[in-house]
Design a protein around this ligand. Sequence first.
Ligand SMILES: Cc1cc2nc3c(=O)[nH]c(=O)nc-3n(C[C@H](O)[C@H](O)[C@H](O)COP(=O)(O)OP(=O)(O)OC[C@H]3O[C@@H](n4cnc5c(N)ncnc54)[C@H](O)[C@@H]3O)c2cc1C
Length: 361
Amino acid sequence: MTHTPQSSDQGHPTTTNDDATPTTDVVVIGGGAAGLTAAQVLGRARRSVTVIDGHAQRNAPAQHMHGYLARDGFPPADLIAVGREEAARYGVQLIDGQVSTLQWRGAAPGFALRLTDGRELTTRAVLVATGLRDELLALPGLEERWGVDVLHCPFCHAYELRDRPLAVLGGGTNRELSVHQALLMPQWSDDVTFFPNGIDLTEVERTRIERRGVYIVDEPVRGIVVADDRLRAVELESGQLVPRDAVFVAPRFLPNHALLLQIGCDVASSGLIATTGAGETSVPGVWAAGNVIDPRAQVITAAGQGSAAAIAINGYLLAQDVEDTLASEPHPAPFSAEMERAVARRLFDSRRAEPGLSLHC
Ligand SMILES: Cc1cc2nc3c(=O)[nH]c(=O)nc-3n(C[C@H](O)[C@H](O)[C@H](O)COP(=O)(O)OP(=O)(O)OC[C@H]3O[C@@H](n4cnc5c(N)ncnc54)[C@H](O)[C@@H]3O)c2cc1C
């Protein structure tokens, strides 16, 4: 699956190759949990690292983050602030901005990047950790309450809503997840209402959901009702209100993988960028980690993927370093005639200096 990256002659803007362009061992695109973890690991490995981040971490709308060992309930913004501080401690350079172009230069150091503000960098290796975008059902109120009381991940937020009146709202493109949520939510509350909102349930699905104690309301949904900064109800097309404290929805997960496509990475049958276990893409020198390749990744999972990718990237750079050293300091082959002559000369010289020394040791 490995192949040569697409070069600048395939319609992408060309990049200046002049020496003034800053260059690093690794550029990390995206400074969320995945990118910052990778940056810290590589910084501690004494690699030169630049992180370029657009500051739109996916969980930024949420007040608290759960499921991250030793940081349970931590504000997402604080995790990023601490992560940036830690990375900077190891010499990682942090740039605020948006990468628009990623190209293979066809020569060392390897890759050229351009930001939307026109800045350019070159680098030996790239980690793309750009996350994903959650596309919500277009219903009044959902966007505004996203991450507050309109949520998608019960493992992140349902414990705090346990035993309260909850809704599962279907109707988007992610039918499978909506049905799954309807089956799942009774783990946290015995007062769950499912609004299929256009999903045509099979008899088997309906029976299974009802047997889980979930009440199904088939009438289409008009929107949600919010008062005093709290979600109060789900409003049906008829105007009837169904009082609820929170709504779980199934967004469409859209990976931010345009740069990976631009450089020619293979795409798997799932529609996601194809990677090996440590986030290696089909383009040598290009890695990916976190939600951009794995929509299911929690913060701790994304961080773990960033760490694994960082160690793999270091291995890739090390192999290059070893080759470069060998190429720059030519040594005679170990059993060449030239080497034999050099060893013999040294032995005879030392024997002359110490007459008692035997040649056979
Ligand atoms: C509302 C909500 C609440 C959540 N709560 C939790 C929770 O409590 N616990 C949990 O474990 N998970 C939670 N998650 C999931 C969590 O957000 C993800 O697991 C996590 O953000 C993935 O990290 P990441 O580094 O892959 O991507 P992100 O954190 O999304 O970071 C990607 C970064 O890349 C940047 N970027 C994108 N494109 C570019 C570009 N071209 N150039 C430069 N920068 C770019 C973005 O600006 C962003 O800063 C929640 C998700 C949502 C939507």
